[in-house]
Write a protein that binds this ligand. Structure first.
Ligand SMILES: NC(=O)c1ccc[n+]([C@@H]2O[C@H](COP(=O)([O-])OP(=O)(O)OC[C@H]3O[C@@H](n4cnc5c(N)ncnc54)[C@H](OP(=O)(O)O)[C@@H]3O)[C@@H](O)[C@H]2O)c1
Length: 255
């Protein structure tokens, strides 16, 4: 089961995992994107079920996930749906370039609570079966707050901590957790970041590397490791020095 599967990394993961004998469950808001991805996956031999849902709608999402799980017990749950936001107007006078409340609410709601809404309904069943793996797609932005996308960084830091907590809690119950921190990859989201994209790879390459980490049962997947390591090192510097360093990577977030 993959959320955010209508395009970008979620679609690449679905295509990568599609094979005869695999049942894929795909969630996103956009029915057209889901249908196109579903057709590709079916052509690769997978059985595909999809639902056009907003991950912020906890009640509808839980009902759909439980119905799917009744029909085919889910063994891999990838909470990938995400949005970005931040400073669409860039720096400027009179508060230009400041993140507004609506954007912060949307980003935290989709990226953090959307993932919680995806995972919580399934937890009792995975634990009862002593099987399955949860994958939480955070970001290297989890490791250090960046001045141009505060809520995005907060959502990913929250998701990282949530996944780390779950992994420690669920391992003795036989349920695996992989917390993923991708760096830049090509997608509609990364096209919204107007600024440097160090180490960017294709969505397909990111999906391939993430699936390898999942299959190896890794608890953490920081891809590429160097970018994540650099941001984590920054966090060990005194605040003033680290802030100076991150201010050098200016970007704006387009709509
Ligand atoms: N791109 C990067 O460089 C990068 C780097 C690090 C981490 N990430 C993370 O990787 C994940 C995938 O990003 P991406 O680059 O593939 O983004 P993307 O191309 O913009 O795709 C985002 C996916 O999430 C879905 N989505 C958005 N809001 C949703 C909602 N409220 N309910 C259900 N589905 C929703 C979108 O479908 P609909 O619009 O149809 O709902 C789409 O399928 C995100 O969590 C992102 O934060 C991305």
């Amino acid at each position: 089961m993959i959320t955010g599967a209508s395009r970008g990394l979620g679609a690449a993961l679905a295509r990568h995992l599609a094979a005869p004998g695999v049942t894929l469950h795909l969630v996103a808001r956009g029915a057209a994107g889901l249908e196109a991805v579903g057709e590709d996956c079916a052509a690769r031999g997978a059985l595909v079920r999809s639902a056009a849902l907003d991950v912020r709608d906890a009640v509808a999402l839980a009902a759909q996930l439980l119905a799917w799980d009744d029909a085919t017990p889910l063994d891999l749950v990838i909470a990938n749906a995400g949005v970005t936001g931040g400073t669409p107007t860039g720096r400027g006078p009179a508060g230009g370039g400041l993140e507004d409340w609506a954007s912060a609410d949307r980003v935290l709601g989709v990226n953090l609570m959307g993932a919680v809404n995806t995972i919580v309904p399934l937890l009792p069943r995975l634990v009862a079966r002593r099987a399955g793996r949860l994958v939480l797609v955070a970001s290297v932005a989890a490791f250090r707050g960046l001045p141009d996308c505060p809520a995005y960084c907060a959502s990913k830091a929250g998701l990282w901590a949530y996944g780390e907590s779950l992994r420690a809690r669920l391992a003795p119950e036989g349920v695996g957790v992989t917390v993923a921190a991708p760096g830049f990859f090509e997608s509609g989201m990364s096209a919204q970041f107007r600024g440097p994209h160090p180490g960017k790879i294709s969505a397909e390459a990111m999906a391939e590397r993430l699936v390898r980490a999942i299959r190896a049962g890794r608890g953490r997947a920081v891809i590429p490791a160097g970018v994540g390591f650099g941001l984590r090192l920054l966090d060990l510097l005194p605040a003033r020095l680290a802030d100076l360093a991150v201010r050098r990577f200016r970007f704006t977030v387009g709509e």
